[in-house]
Structures are given as structure tokens and as C-alpha cells.
Design a protein. Sequence first.
Lengths: 182, 431
Amino acid sequence: MSEGDQIMRGKVYVLGDNIDTDQIIPAEFLNLVPTIPEEYRKLGARALAGLPDEMPPFVTDGNDKSEFSIVVAGRNFGCGSSREHAPICLGAAGINAVVAETYARIFFRNSVATGELYPLESAARLCDVFQTGDEAEIDLDSGIIVRTATGERFELKPLGPVAPVIDAGGIFGYARKTGMIS
Amino acid sequence: MATTTEKILARAAGQAKVEPGDNVWVDTDILLTHDVCGPGTIGVFKREFGQDAKVWDPEKVVIIPDHYIFTKDDKAHRNVDILRDFVKEQGLPYYYDVGTRDYRGVCHVALPQEGHVRPGEVIFGTDSHTCTHGALGAFSTGIGNTDAGFILGTGKLLVKIPPTLRFVLNGEKPEWVTGKDIILRIIGDIGVDGANYCAMEFVGETITAMSIEERMTICNMAIEAGGKNGIIHADEKTCDYVKARTDKPFEPQNGDLDAPVAMEKSYDVSSFVPCVAEPSLPSNYAPAGDRNDVKLTRAYIGSCTGGKITDFIMAAKILKGRKVSIDTFLVPATTTVAEGLMSETIDGVSLVEIFAEAGCLDIAPPSCAACLGGPADTFGRAQHEEVVISTTNRNFIGRMGSKQAQIYLASPLTAAASAVAGHITDPREMM
């Protein structure tokens, strides 16, 4: 994601509480190395492959990108493993932002450090409002997510102290900007 | 006044004091990585610092392949080759290579075992169960590849100082209650996000009386409540354990017991009972004796949580003179644990013999194995609708392989008693 993408529009995929990293990317796919471009794409193809089988497909067979670009979820999104493959597979599949009530710490941190996606927090429980397939628009500057069909507007919490790291594109960008590394 | 976590991080940041919520750059004492996240970490390091870049301090990098070792998966072997090449190129002294006498197995058991965990130090690892090492009075937490790549180049990381949640554990621990039962009870009380972003500090007479390995079991699962780190004060037992394994000097940074914390919760451990965590969250606490209705198809004893020598000794106490009635998989965490299975005895009978006579499957070589599923040919991986009682740390959907499998987390005592009965069983019935 590049700087200046302040408006994001796309289809929403809705999940509940405690979506763990094994559901986001099952361990059998951790043999893929995210920094190898071909394997980065393959991780996208396997994003959310660990969800229960009754869930609608996130990436359809034969594709490595999802038709969805926003995930809306409940509490404690990304709990479990420190596998960076988790935010990376979502980013590789084309997810620009996750909007959850709360995040597990390491997933949040990895999203920020990699700059793969915006881990946004909603004030309200949006996973009970949005349905998979809804269109939504996120305005980062005004901190709002809009449900396109109804025009309903929901507040996003400010990013706080991680905002400058996200704005710099991740921890390396931030460290260069602040003179920590050259 | 400051907690142990605050004291360690203040020292590592070169500051007199830090407060919860502060964001500070800290110096790293040990960076741990393994075969699943090491290759990506190396990829980030080379992409950002250049193909010819050198790590900040070869003495402080420890690489322990352990996840996908005994598999035919080509990429898993390719990933170990990436580690091997990097170690050679960088001249790293602490690499525990697959297929050699240096191979150890599960990183979180090997790291302290080989003397890389020292009180007062800062440890980062590319694995969420890096929180295990707080059991020896170190600040230790799991990070992703990008942060680890950054550390490889700089030795530093930007961290937010976590608020501390203090768990005061008093009372005499009954012999049927283990570290696993204690941490499952706490996670059951506070939930899988009950300690999100926080340090979980464990104090009290019960902790003081516990072995280092049992303390490790408790800190290992801090992440299952969302904790950033688990931490236990370094005492004489800790220092003796560490000094027996390394000549490197260390300075414990024990906190003030009256330092203000975000929450304090007290328990009388004498009232605890053997328990399980039901599918599919570690917080789904139930006393083992209440779930005799759950029929099992498999028992699994292994991993960084429940594959240490003390865990196998507990299981052997139950299994001696009894027969298991379901497939029982045993995976020692490290080669040292595997050797212990031969040298440790109960009434003159080795653990290996006890397990063989009980009808357990042949003991597997040390690795993470089926704790996290892994490649399809992984030893003990759930492939269908298995109902597993396991000494591991996670029972998420699909965690041990098949999404249809049901995983119950338990102590080695409860897992062994349940393996004998074929259904979830309170080990007191066999003690």
C-alpha cells in the first residue's frame, strides 16, 4: 500500500470474534517464504483457507486474489501465532484494510511493521452490521467507514502512536524517516 | 518502583525509568528464529540492508530449526538450506542444524536448555511462544519477520511498554495439579484476550515452589491470553539453572513486589483441579472430571508446552503398569529430552520401557511435529475427525491439521489418564 491512499472502496468479507492465525493461514502453507515473490502470491491464494468449510470462499479456486478488499471482524482478530504470513496473505490476496473491534497484539504489530494492510478499529461491532458482499468505503482522513448501500456511517478509532509508522509504510520506512537507519 | 518487565526494558532502553504505554527503542540480547520464519526474516534483512549486509552481532543470533523437520516436503528442506547458507555466510556460532549432532529440536525448550536464556535480558523470537523464556526472569516476546529482519541489521526494536497484570498464586499445589492446569485456569478466567498487550507476571509461594520447567509451561501460554510476555522473578533456582548452562554473566532485574500494576488477581492453588480446555479456544476451561462423556480417539504428548522431561515423567507415573486404549503419540521436545526418556527411571524402569509396555506408539524424533499440523506427512497430524487430548498449547480449528478434528488441551497427567480410559479422565482416579 502506498502513501496517500486515503479512500478505500471495495467488497467486504465478514468474520466473527477470535479469528486466529491458523484460520487466516493454516500451518501447512508456512513452508512458503513471503519474501519470494512467487510464494508471496501463493500465500494470497491460501488466505483464510483455515476457516470452517461452511464459510463462503474468500479466494476462489484457481485464483490468487480475492474479490474482497476489506475484512470486517469482531474482537481479538489475528490471535495466536506470530507468523507474519497472516497479514501478508491477506495483503497478497488484495485486502487493503481490516476493520475489527480489537486485535491480538502480534497481528496488529505485524500489519503495521509490514505495511501490508491497515489494521483499523471500529467503535461499534460492525461484524453484526455488515454482510459478506456489501460494498464499503473507508475514509482514513475522517476516520469513517460507510456501508455504501444504505449510506450508514461508522466511526473508526484513531490509529494513535502507530500512525507515523503506518504512514511511513512500516518499521523500515519509519526508522529511515526518523534517522534510526540510513 | 517498577515491575520486572519495566526494569528490564528500561535498562535495555538506556533509561532510568519507563512507564506502561511508552514507546522506546530497546537493545536486543538474543534474537531467536527457526525454519518457518527464519527464511522470511533473512529475506527482509537482505532486501532492506543489502545482499552483503552483516548481522549486528553474531553472538546474539540463535537459529534453531524445529518445525518442519521430519517431512518429505521439498520447500521445508529448501527452508533449512536457506538457514544453513545464511549461518555459513554470517559465521553464526549458535545454529542447531538438522541431521547433525548439533540438532536439538523445539526452540523454546532448547533455548534455555543451551544457556541462551538469562535473567534480566531481552529476547525476541519469531514465534509467539517466545514468551516461554520469561520463566527465567527475562523479557521475552514473539515478533514477525519484518521486526526480526530489522533486529538482524540493527540489534534494536521499537517496543511499547506493556502494563503488568499480576497473578498471585499461593497455597500448596496438590500433586495432581500442574503448571498446565494453573495457566488453563487463569486463561479460562480472563479469556483469550484478557491479557492483550500486557505483561503477565506470576508471583507467590506456589510459583516459588515450582520447578523451572513447570514455570516455563505457565509462561509459555501467556500468549494464549494475548499477553505480550509472561514473567517470573529470577530466584536462586533460576540462577542455579542458568549457571549450570552458561558462563555468560547476567544481572537479574527483579521488580518491586509493591510496584503498581494494572490488575492483581490472587488464587489459592490448593483448590485447583485437573482441567481441560475444550475446542476451539484455550479459554474453554472445564474440570477434567466433568467431561468423562468426551470419548477420545488420540492422545498427544509433546511440544514446547508439554514435551519436556518433567512432562514425560508425569505421564509415565500414570502409564506405568497400565495400558493405553487409544493411539498415543509421544514427541520429546529436544534430543536432550529424548535422552532423558532412556535415562530417567521410575522404580528402576526407564520411561521408554514404561511407554512401550503401556502400548504407546513408537517415540518420534524431537520436533514441533503435529502441535501445529504442518505438512501432510507430519507425525501425529490430525487428518480426519480425530478427537485428541493434547499437552500442546492451542486447540483452534484446524490447529493440528484437519479442521474436523477436535482438540482438548490438558496436562500430561490428564492426557495420560485419558489415554488409558479412552475418554477425558481426572488423573486422580489413577494416582
